[in-house]
Design a protein around this ligand. Structure first.
Ligand code: CO8
Length: 381
């Protein structure tokens, strides 16, 4: 196999982070879940006593924080999520001529990224929306955003669960390398809350909603003083059933409940933890090696934000005693797991203080399994 050609002169010139205005603390979420669980156990007492049904166990805010590092999460709306009689968000349908919720989130993040990069929509000729779920099948959310921003060019959606952001950034780098596009807007609008089973004690706390966006272009077209040159991108997938959602349009033809428990997010969290940590650490080490970068010389690790203990384990493996939260920042406490957006949120919030010549790595890992990374170096333009 021939060696991967490293990209040359391609930069991330700006990122944008749109945070939903509403948040839910662990305590609020647990309180709603526990009320729901007690009611469920009362209503189903006979079947539970007969062993025909399992009782719903109680959740705990202390468990959630210790096991995951999550204290709170942002959501596009709190309405419905904390109602023990509903246990899912209420997001009313919009008319076809209105922006859909996911596109609106993406437009908000895109505007922030364009402003940070000193660019206008007229400079962009490619839009990618990478996310774990798309609000509809077609037309692509990316094309809706392209239309809303008035961009002349082409746009498409792609789904690679937690690696949707790094994989879509890789697509943008490749398209600019090949000349297929000049300036790309990569948007990761993660509208996760509708896919969370808020009645499942093991996963009700994991996800939050958010949107991030990045502008990718050639160094010579850059309109700002400094940017992040992409030294290399790397993607890896390995099939696993340990994180899965069976949601899909064929449910209608299978005569099954399209919103049954297996159609929502579910995982074997322990297995994921054990299998993905060594894979992610090996991937990062290999990728850094391919770009001539010593893991100890990396100023910042902008890692996927699924679990603080996972990130601690990975950074310890890579940096030994030099591992610290300053070098591998954590946003999980406030944002929870935002699927693919987590590493880009960390990059957005914790990169301005680095100086030209310093290097970092953006890395995601999750369902698929999938691992994606970009090694970047701050450059003065
Ligand atoms: N409250 C109290 N106790 C609990 C709770 C709770 N909420 N949940 C579980 N427990 C109990 C368990 O039942 C278990 O009890 P027992 O020992 O009696 O059986 C005990 O606590 C320990 O449970 P676990 O072994 O499951 O606990 P862990 O320490 O492993 O922590 C985690 C669970 C936090 C889920 C952890 O395993 C983890 O984070 N693993 C990594 C998972 C991961 O990274 N997944 C990636 C998913 S994201 C992704 O890929 C994107 C997909 C797209 C998503 C789109 C949005 C919906």
């Amino acid at each position: 196999m021939s060696a991967y050609k490293l990209p040359e002169g391609i930069v991330i010139s700006g990122t944008g982070l749109w945070t939903p205005p509403e948040a839910i603390s662990n305590e609020e979420l647990v309180d709603a879940y526990n009320t729901y669980a007690r009611h469920y156990n009362r209503v189903n007492a006979q079947e539970i006593d007969a062993g025909a049904m399992q009782p719903k166990p109680q959740s705990s805010a202390a468990f959630i924080e210790n096991a995951s590092g999550i204290k709170s999460r942002y959501v596009v709306t709190r309405e419905g999520i904390l109602d023990p009689e509903r246990m899912r968000p209420f997001i009313p349908e919009r008319k076809d001529d209105e922006l859909c919720v996911q596109a609106e989130m993406g437009v908000n993040a895109a505007r922030l990224a364009l402003a940070k990069a000193g660019k206008h929509a007229s400079d962009v000729d490619m839009v990618i929306v990478g996310a774990s779920y798309m609000q509809r099948a077609y037309p692509a959310i990316a094309i809706e955003i392209q239309g809303a921003l008035g961009i002349d060019g082409f746009a498409f959606d792609m789904e690679v669960a937690c690696s949707s952001a790094t994989f879509s950034l890789q697509r943008a780098v490749d398209a600019i390398s090949s000349g297929a596009a000049h300036t790309a807007l990569v948007i990761n609008a993660e509208l996760a809350s509708p896919q969370v089973d808020f009645t499942d004690r093991d996963s009700h706390f994991i996800f939050g909603d958010v949107a991030v966006a990045s502008v990718v272009e050639r160094r010579e077209t850059c309109a700002v003083d400094s940017a992040w040159e992409v030294l290399g991108t790397k993607a890896k997938t390995l099939y696993s059933n340990n994180i899965r959602s069976n949601f899909g349009y064929t449910a209608r033809a299978a005569d099954v409940d399209p919103f049954g428990p297996d159609k929502l997010f579910r995982q074997n969290g322990r297995k994921v933890f054990k299998e993905v940590c060594p894979m992610a650490a090996a991937h990062i080490e290999k990728h850094l090696g391919e770009t001539g970068t010593d893991p100890r010389e990396v100023s910042r690790y902008w890692l996927h934000q699924a679990n603080i203990n996972m990130n601690n384990l990975i950074t310890k493996k890579l940096m030994g005693d030099d591992a610290s939260v300053e070098r591998a920042p954590v946003v999980l406490d406030r944002y929870a797991n935002t699927a693919s957006a987590g590493s880009v949120i960390a990059f957005n919030l914790y990169s301005d203080d680095l100086t030209p010549g310093e290097r970092g790595i953006i890395c995601s890992f999750g369902a698929g399994y999938s691992i994606g990374s970009l090694v970047v170096e701050k450059v003065a333009v």
